[in-house]
Design a protein around this ligand. Sequence first.
Ligand code: KDG
Length: 312
Amino acid sequence: MTDLVTFGESMGALTFTESPQIGARPRASFGGAETNVAIGMARLGHSTAWVGSVGKDLFGYMIMRTLRGEGVRWDHARQITTAPTGVLVSRHAGLGTFAVDYHRKFSAGRLITADQIRAMFDLEPKIVHLTGITPALGEEARAATMLAVELAGERGVPVSFDVNFRSRLWDATDAAPVLAQIARGAHVVFGGTEELELLTGESGVAAATQRLLDWGVAEVVWKDSTTARVTTPTESVERPGRRVTVVDTIGAGDAFVAGYLSGWLEGLSFAERLDRGHLLGAFAVGTIGDWEGGPTREELTIAEISGGEVAR
Ligand code: KDG
């Protein structure tokens, strides 16, 4: 069995820490909400796999090599020659603020296929994790997402759904019914206030959460920058986040999800899952890059015990 299988788009990332100009040196890496979660959990010792497509190009090789190096299985991912790996260019303006340009309209990432989705169930996932970014990438990716939810339902595999609404990729009117359909098939839904309101059509977190529970979602995880709350049909638990110096907020939500799901797989209580989510989020915001700051199991243990210093 595989603890977590996820699919989506992974993109090359070029990050400037100064205004781009001739001679400015960006930092090269890659990002993608789903690979961020897969790496975050793999570092904690969970078996994870990512399914998707990248180009046969320099960023594609970087992503493939890194995922393998991080121990994320790649069985049903592919490198294709018909489209390039997407690229995300960002400029950090300090204190966690940034500007982002996507170059992904014709990317390999949106060409994930139904066959890849069917094959990913061969890995016998304990959890299938997906985000609301994938269905926004185009027809093929949307169909693949819906197929994943359907097959997970048929096989009794719990679906973890991080709403991740991206207004640059589609507008709210198009997104709402698609995100709602995914949520109806999910065991756990992660989202902020506006995201939960968008997909349920309700006003306010309480009403949106109740609507999701009515749809059969077992765990609704609402979060903002300072706190997170999980609500089930029988209980509601809230835990505050950690106070840390913010360097780069990108990837924090994914790190939170990785921590929460890791805790779920280990049978932790809701409060402990939220705490682990916050802790991984704190590691993520303290470092530049989407996933690079994620702790190993040893670092996590030290941080959980001491709440403090971690040798790297
Ligand atoms: O959560 C981080 C992601 O937003 C980032 O890696 C890029 O996947 C991305 C997206 O599509 O916005």
